[in-house]
Design a binder for this molecule. Structure first.
Ligand SMILES: Nc1ncnc2c1ncn2[C@@H]1O[C@H](COP(=O)(O)OP(=O)(O)OP(=O)(O)O)[C@@H](O)[C@H]1O
Length: 209
């Protein structure tokens, strides 16, 4: 297995201990485990939004801490459970997120293609204020996906979705990741979805330090 991430003796907040984990470069990896086991914390550790209290994380064979954090977070994007959208249209949200990265916004067709991929084609002029929680979540994923990161970390991306939409979203994301050779790591409570869509499964159990 050619892994993109590897952990060794990883601990967080002197409280959570992780068994050593290896995550392959290709395909979709699901992370499952009981509430409080440390799944969200692991995603934060993987994109350096949080630091281990001890142990090591290797990304592309190099210690994560040797990377420039700002650059790393552009390459390894974490979409957490909270959605941050401006009270503007979907199109304006794309534009604002791109402008914060000093990048030109994609053209309308490109925006729409990412929205379709995320089952979020509500029209570019639709105000994000009037979207439901699950709709906002999908628009948010579409914007970040369009940055084409090397690794996308998704924390409970289907938590607010009905089963049919959840399955469509994961199917599309999985195909897209394969086509673009993007590594996708998904935290999910849903064992059936994990079973159906994972190429690789990491189970985390709460290990008291
Ligand atoms: N910044 C923090 N300060 C203190 N405790 C924290 C912090 N972040 C996480 N924890 C604790 O670490 C444990 C793991 O939290 P985490 O959110 O990673 O679990 P999880 O497996 O994602 O849970 P859930 O499935 O409920 O989302 C929890 O007991 C949580 O209270």
């Amino acid at each position: 297995m050619k892994e993109i991430f590897k952990t060794e003796n990883l601990r967080f907040l002197n409280m959570l201990s992780y068994k050593d984990i290896a995550i392959p470069r290709t395909g979709m990896t699901f992370i499952k485990g009981p509430s409080g086991a440390g799944k969200s914390s692991l995603l934060k550790l993987l994109n350096a939004s949080a630091s281990p209290s001890s142990g090591s994380i290797y990304y592309e064979g190099k210690e994560l801490e040797s990377f420039d954090t700002v650059e790393l977070r552009k390459e390894v994007i974490l979409i957490g459970q909270s959605v941050y959208l401006f009270d503007e249209s979907i199109e304006e949200n794309f534009r604002l997120y791109y402008s914060y990265r000093d990048l030109p916004a994609p053209d309308e067709e490109t925006m729409l293609s990412y929205l379709r991929l995320c089952e979020a084609d509500f029209g570019l002029l639709k105000s994000c204020v009037s979207l439901s929680g699950g709709e906002r979540q999908r628009v948010y994923i579409a914007i970040y996906l369009s940055f084409l990161p090397k690794v996308l970390l998704l924390d409970e991306p289907t938590s607010a979705l009905d089963l049919k939409t959840a399955r469509m979203l994961l199917k599309n994301l999985k195909e897209f990741a394969a086509e673009k050779e993007m590594t996708m790591i998904v935290v999910s409570h849903d064992d059936a979805l994990a079973e159906e869509f994972s190429d690789h499964l990491v189970s985390i159990t709460r290990e008291e330090a």
